[in-house]
Design a binder for this molecule. Sequence first.
Ligand code: SAH
Length: 497
Amino acid sequence: MGKIYVVGFGPGAYEQMTERARFAIENSDTIIGYKTYVDIVSGLISDKQIVRTGMTEEVSRAQEAVKLAKAGNTVAVISSGESGIYGMAGLVYEVLIEQGWKPGDSPEIEVVPGVPALASCASLLGAPLMHDFVSISLSDHLTPWEVIAKRVEAAGMGDFVVVLYNPKSGRRTRQIEETQRILLKYRSPDTPVGLVKSAFREAQHVVVTTLEDMLNYEIGMLTTVIIGNSSTFNYHDLIVTPRGYQRKYTLSRDGGRMEGQPRGLAPSPWSLDATAPIHPEFLPELEVAVSPGVANKNFTSFQMMELAKLAGDTGTITYTPGHELILKIPGGNPDEVSHRLAELGLLVSPVGLKAQLVACDFCEGEKTESIPYAEELYRLLHGEEMPNELKIGFNGCAMACYGAVMEDIGVVFRRGFFELYLGGKRGGCAPHPGQKVAEGIPPENVVEIVKSIVTEYKQNAHPKERFHKYMKRTGEVAGYLWDGTANAKEVEPVCGD
Ligand code: SAH
């Protein structure tokens, strides 16, 4: 009975070849392979018949191997790396199957696994493949480019680390440019990228660069490209992808640590040595929203300076449409941060799907009559967890220059009484103001009314259901009817939101 070893000989260096691969090559009568590869293993071959073929003659290589093995020979078909990854293993099986071969028939087949380029190249870069990754060959020789582009797109979307085989050749240069363009839609330009040419061979060359700059370096047919995911980072000349993600956290309404209230994902700290300085990428991030007051829109210079100190060199401060600053503090200690913010006299609230009271500035304190009601609503509802973001606009006079009527719930104070607007939609593809559902509300009733509306929405809405959708679906909230007349001209949105 003849035998075919389909051998992956690893990246190229003798020491990187498995014992079994060496055995297979040494114990075969004939070695078949692309000439460069045969030269790489030539040290193991002395008196053997050698069939060297060109790069594109893979099918004839497989056919030749099957023919010789059927005649009773032991044949080694060699691939670089792993023969089952863009190598010869599949082709040998395809040729055999076409000829009606079944397992147990002659010739016997043994696929000898080898170290694939994705592993050898990753090892030279550090540890870029520590989390989910995909491997994509950019050669459109056997796969239509549309299929490859779709896979790159999916890999970008799925935040996979991406390994690119066959990235570029003399004639084929467009694919790597297109791949960079697609991935930049999903990933930061700073994403670490490793280019490894001829790993474990004489001409080995390793470049650590970024997604933005990678095309400024030589990339060829002997290069494997490894592109990090959103949490991959550089450490000196190394590329490391953290092994997992952990949850970010925010503060609860009273400033304590909010348990069970995840805020997205950050790279995980797996530090084995708790005393070692932790790389900023690894620090769990504290996110917290801060404002100077309900009616007061002015931060003092001192408060601003202290906020900057809290954010530190690695944190960020972002201004939001909800009149708050969001502080993102890597490694922020919740107790210390909330204590300091309270000392500074700032209002603190959690980040996430919450109720937000967005009040006007009451004409910089000239129209103060309704402020106590805004403050009471803030105290009762601001920061309360909701099915989706819920904005309560509160304006202290009929000018309503802060646009309360555009919010989910709008409360406008006019000549001693309140008007109530429900179901406004500030953005999206069919924005509209809320519908006026009541006017002449005595001030002493307004807090109770708004609270009952918010409570009902919180209890009855579907997860993620926006307030205006909830109103449209139910036609009523807390006894206020929604007849849709405010939106009589509204056409069915086409964008689906
Ligand atoms: N069977 C091989 C892949 C063959 S496809 C494996 O498992 O690794 C050929 C591609 O593999 C090349 O274009 C290059 O992207 C990659 N490659 C193979 N050997 C390599 C090496 N020593 N260094 C860098 N990349 C290599």
